[in-house]
Write a protein that binds this ligand. Structure first.
Ligand code: SAH
Length: 344
């Protein structure tokens, strides 16, 4: 059996090169796949039948099978998708009044082992292909056809910069005007904070939004919850961040999960303030979303608001984000974790 080439990760010009002239054929196929969400070549009725048959034999249209869908009372939907290779990946649709944001995964599992995050608990399996990343969006669109996705956040399972080539290929495809056409500024990449990758990203000249998961500006605290900080301490991380803001003139959003008794005290607030003061930076404060298997706790509301006020008084833009979807275990990796446990 010949292995078929995944077609979803190919941009129109690449597709044109592969299938040959006439050039409009590639555009037609791209539009069927990404604009009209075709899941089979048979649907592409403006292509000659024998050409459709050849495509069918050569290419794979990656589809993801929704194993489960959980709707939370705030309207968010969390899907567990099964890939053609039978791995489980998560995607969450988060609707607000003006946006339909889809949170997507880039890897099956995660290598980074942050102590508060469920994604890494079962270890790392593999990178998702560009076709699979794209397919998360296309599958969510098919399952919810009346609600076109307006924004994408790369905050699901995995570390996007650990699978950077596939991710950027997927995002360029999703941004393409003859496909989904999701604007670059409506796409946010969230990273655990790998300095050389942040510098590399700055050179790409792609105005996607960048979020950095900081969670503490105190090295000992950050290392205790994010093992990556041992290899790349905050000094190195911030150096890369400020080179990025200088080069791109863009603001970085720092994600800061507030974990009771861990990173909410005066020392942590002052360290954060001195690190970000005068920089192109804002802070998203995320009250910790408790995970059954983990001991950490969400701090009292008073602590959460107090921390926010300290930042604001110091002139640092900060907003508390109560994570949506928590009633369906919306925090990263939780659904997959339960799925794996059920299977075992
Ligand atoms: N690896 C990337 C993207 C995945 S995590 C990164 O580290 O940014 C996306 C966001 O969800 C991160 O800010 C992460 O720290 C946060 N997150 C993970 N577990 C959480 C939990 N239990 N409660 C609240 N936020 C969580």
């Amino acid at each position: 059996m010949t292995i078929k080439t995944p077609i979803l990760g190919l941009l129109p010009e690449e597709l044109a090169e592969k299938i040959g002239p006439p050039k409009y054929r590639a555009d037609q196929i791209f539009e069927w796949l990404h604009g009209k969400l075709a899941a089979s070549f048979a649907e592409m009725t403006n292509l000659p039948k024998d050409f459709r048959d050849t495509l069918e034999q050569t290419y794979l249209i990656t589809t993801l099978n929704p194993v489960s869908a959980e709707k939370a009372n705030d309207g968010s939907i969390k899907w567990l998708f099964e890939t053609p290779r039978k791995d489980a990946v998560e995607a969450v649709l988060i609707p607000t009044e003006s946006r339909r944001t889809l949170c997507i995964s880039t890897q099956v599992g995660c290598k980074f082992g942050c102590t508060f995050c469920a994604s890494g608990q079962a270890g790392f399996e593999r990178n998702l292909g560009a076709d699979e990343i794209i397919s998360e969006v296309l599958s969510a669109e098919r399952l919810n056809p009346f609600e076109r996705i307006s924004h994408i956040v790369i905050m699901g399972m995995g570390e996007p910069f650990d699978n950077a080539d596939n991710l950027l290929r997927a995002l360029k495809t999703l941004n393409h005007p003859s496909g989904r056409g999701i604007g670059k500024r409506r796409i946010t990449i969230s990273t655990v904070g790998i300095p050389k990758k942040i510098l590399w990203f700055a050179e790409q000249n792609l105005p996607f939004e960048l979020s950095v998961s900081l969670h503490s500006a105190v090295d000992s605290v950050r290392t205790s919850i994010m093992p990556v900080n041992k290899a790349f301490p905050t000094k190195e991380l911030f150096e890369a961040c400020w080179k990025y803001t200088e080069k791109t003139n863009r603001v970085i959003t720092f994600e800061y999960i507030l974990i009771g008794g861990v990173n909410t005290d005066e020392t942590n607030a002052s360290a954060l303030i001195s690190a970000l003061k005068g920089r192109k930076a804002k802070v998203n404060l995320i009250p910790y979303n408790p995970i059954d298997e983990y001991p950490q706790k969400r701090p009292a509301l008073e602590t959460i608001r107090g921390f926010e006020q300290k930042l604001i008084r110091a002139g640092i833009p900060a907003t508390v984000r109560f994570s949506k979807g928590s009633s369906v275990n919306g925090a990263c990796g939780q659904l997959r974790l339960r799925h794996i446990e059920k299977k075992q």
